[in-house]
Write a protein that binds this ligand. Sequence first.
Ligand SMILES: [Zn+2]
Length: 194
Amino acid sequence: MLFDADGRVCYEDELPGDRCVDGWLWERWEGTETGGQLWAAHHPARQRYVMRHPPLCGACAEEAHRDECGMLWLLHATAEVPSAFPCDIITTTPPMCLDDARWALRNCRADCGFIAARTRDVDVIGVRGTVYSPTEPPQADELVLFHESRMNRVVANRMVIRLCDAVLDEATLSRLRADGHRGRALEGASGPPR
Ligand SMILES: [Zn+2]
């Protein structure tokens, strides 16, 4: 990584597509796929595409599921997710449609478990990525908010979104789990529902 005359981090061989319309630099993910599927990981260009306003399903890039409580998010039950609802949740995970939520629940091998949450109001607040400095070692996986001057020194890999006043949706989670078990018995784990 280099720094230009304005102190912005840049690629030595930077191409127009390396920056989004706002001018922030994004990671390049290239090469040939190897290994298994990483269910909770998202290609930077695709994650940025689906985290538009309103965001799209992170798997099929069609409309995410909505009901009267808002759009559906399937999230790992990590320490970053608050235990009391409604609450604001900061995440890089896109929302999901029901088919893909069912498929993710069946196939993602997360040890931490899942929650289903819904919100009617989201804000895209910043990015996650590696922050570079002319004098210090790079810092990976930093949360950088849009108003910070560090936006000029980050190479982003995911948009960060705030789910405002999110509510827990245990009924949908139970239904997805039940559908998933039934689906496995009927069809086996043969492929995503497309
Ligand atoms: Zn979908």
